[in-house]
Design a protein around this ligand. Structure first.
Ligand SMILES: [Zn+2]
Length: 295
């Protein structure tokens, strides 16, 4: 019962933070303040009443249109709110059975709570960057760079502290070796992207993958470790290729094939989606893959 209540609470909190993210996504690219002025229609600047500002419900009640000027309120609003809500509910749902175990040391409970809170921030950042790259082809440094640092700290502390918190033996230099392992994973992920970028440049003499994507891969490696980051990359590339094929088969693409060759797909968006899948289900996917290849 407590598991269901906590999951619902996490989902509702996710809706609120998804709604806040929508404000950020509209205002960051325009370099506007995210605090002032209050939420308003982007077309007619009509300030929203409290009941026009409820996540999901308001969008449904208003049927996706501004009450004042009838301008369309994009799909992005309910989509982002729903995405953050679901992505915040899942880790809490998975964490709860562990936490209600009465034999668990208190220190471990606090540690797991803190770690889960960090993971929720990570997932929020991935949704933010997926949308920013899709809408503006922009992966801001001030999300990726702190994201790398936070992931590095969380990963290193988890690897070093969890064995002793679980009552196992204290590993000497555990933190140092975990930090070194994390650092190597980050460097390897960056090297992979830079290598692909270089190959692409050799063939096409044009920038194919941005440096923002390299920093995003570094962030994924910091949070998920190298196998998790590689899984995210593979998922992202497959998804991107699928979308490219679908776009290419659409009749409108045939007429503007010139423009198509030069147009850019938001690789960062696909990497973020891959990162989300890898973060939530990476271990079972990797285990299934290893079983399948017989390694
Ligand atoms: Zn309006």
């Amino acid at each position: 019962m407590i598991r269901i209540l906590c999951t619902i609470f996490a989902g509702l909190l996710g809706l609120a933070f998804g709604s806040f993210l929508n404000v950020c996504l509209s205002r960051w690219p325009e370099s506007e303040s995210i605090v002032q002025p209050r939420s308003h229609c982007r077309h007619c600047t009509h300030t929203l009443a409290w009941w026009e500002n409820i996540p999901l419900l308001s969008w449904l009640a208003l049927r996706g249109r501004c009450r004042n000027c009838r301008a369309c309120i994009g799909w992005r609003y309910p989509l982002v709110e729903l995405a953050v809500a679901v992505l915040w509910a899942i880790p809490v749902w998975k964490l709860m059975p562990e936490l209600v175990d009465a034999n668990l040391p208190l220190a471990l409970i606090y540690f797991e709570l803190a770690r889960t809170a960090c993971v929720l921030i990570f997932l929020w950042g991935l949704v933010a960057m997926a949308m920013l790259d899709a809408e503006n082809l922009w992966l801001p440094d001030w999300i990726t760079l702190p994201g790398i640092a936070l992931g590095f700290i969380v990963f290193s502390f988890s690897s070093a502290l969890l064995p002793s918190l679980n009552g196992l033996e204290w590993v000497p230099f555990g933190f140092l070796s975990a930090a070194l392992q994390s650092l190597l994973a980050i460097l390897a992920a960056v090297a992979l992207i830079l290598f692909i970028r270089w190959i692409y440049w050799l063939i096409r003499r044009r920038e194919g993958i941005g440096l923002g994507d390299a920093k995003l891969m570094a962030m994924l490696a910091a949070w998920l470790g190298l196998p998790g980051a590689l899984l995210a990359f593979a998922l992202g590339v497959v998804l991107g290729a699928l979308v490219a094929v679908i776009l290419l088969l659409m009749p409108t693409a045939q007429n503007r094939s010139e423009g198509w060759a030069a147009s850019k797909l938001p690789l960062g968006t696909f990497l973020c989606i891959g990162g989300i899948v890898s973060s939530l289900w990476g271990q079972p996917i990797l285990a299934a893959y290893l079983r399948w290849t017989g390694l």
